[in-house]
Design a protein around this ligand. Structure first.
Ligand SMILES: Nc1ncnc2c1ncn2[C@@H]1O[C@H](COP(=O)(O)OP(=O)(O)OP(=O)(O)O)[C@@H](O)[C@H]1O
Length: 246
């Protein structure tokens, strides 16, 4: 592993029933970096996230995070190392308030409904307030999560991920189904989070990816097809052929 990498995937391949979903994939993420992953349907984006989080084991190759070999660890161990994932569909506790959802997510508290009945410390309230601020949910703390808009639920779930204090956040299609204003606010929100944490975000929405202003990795047939600024990769004839020009 190079000294400057936070996450390094080398020659990673995985085959499902003879179909090679990830094919000699190489990816290096530097500490503090935010990376956008794009690519057509079936390119292997979700499978790549599954490999990083330990949900899928690669057939060959290495995956290192802070020097640790992730292919030897299970999902809870990888989460404990500091990798948190947000799936596409929000899965907040609808019957609880925004604040209660965040309280349950805090890494300092053992997630259990009994914590809702117990007193929690000023330090925990302080962290919840910080997360409410980052996720633009300060004015909604006492609202029931089920009554929030789709975009607000996504922000709450990003907030719940922050509650686990991961060093690296993996975020899967966060702006699908959002309004344009929510999409731009989400780009801003992730940029703020990226001031203190590393982020890998998979997204199809090019306006959102442009607003992130970060290096883009284009996946195609399980490999990296191109990498660079969105402007550069979007002018790459190979990328136009397989993805942007369709
Ligand atoms: N468990 C599995 N068993 C068999 N095939 C799978 C499995 N998981 C993924 N695949 C296949 O691997 C390929 C890559 O899928 P993956 O979901 O990683 O792509 P993706 O880039 O995330 O696509 P999308 O943008 O549609 O979410 C697809 O052809 C998919 O059908």
């Amino acid at each position: 592993m190079s000294e400057t990498s936070l996450l390094e995937m080398r020659d990673v391949s995985v085959t499902f029933d003879g179909f090679r979903a990830i094919n000699a994939l190489n990816l290096t993420l530097h500490p503090g970096e935010m990376r956008a992953i794009i690519g057509p349907n079936g390119a292997g984006k979700t499978t790549m996230m599954d490999i990083i989080t330990g949900k899928t084991r690669p057939d060959t190759g290495t995956v290192r995070f802070c020097g640790e070999d992730l292919t030897k660890l299970d999902e809870p161990a990888i989460a404990r190392l500091g990798i948190g994932r947000k799936f596409q569909k929000p899965t907040v506790f609808e019957a609880l308030t925004v604040q209660e959802n965040l309280l349950l997510s805090l890494s300092s508290i053992r997630a259990s409904f009994s914590v809702l009945l117990a007193r929690f410390s000023g330090k925990e309230q302080e962290r919840i307030d910080q997360i409410l601020e980052i996720t633009r949910l300060k004015d909604h703390a006492a609202r029931q999560a089920g009554g929030m808009s789709h975009g607000q639920k996504q922000w709450l779930e990003i907030g719940m991920l922050l509650g686990q204090e991961p060093d690296l956040l993996l975020v899967d299609e966060p702006v699908a189904g959002m309004t344009d204003a929510e999409t731009m606010a989400t780009a801003e929100l992730l940029r703020e989070i990226n001031q203190t944490r590393s982020v890998v975000v998979v997204e199809h929405d090019m306006d959102f990816v442009r607003a992130l202003g970060v290096t883009v990795t284009v996946l195609h047939e399980g490999s990296v097809l191109a990498e660079g600024d969105l402007e550069d990769v979007s002018h790459d004839p190979r990328v136009i052929e397989v993805y942007l020009g369709r």
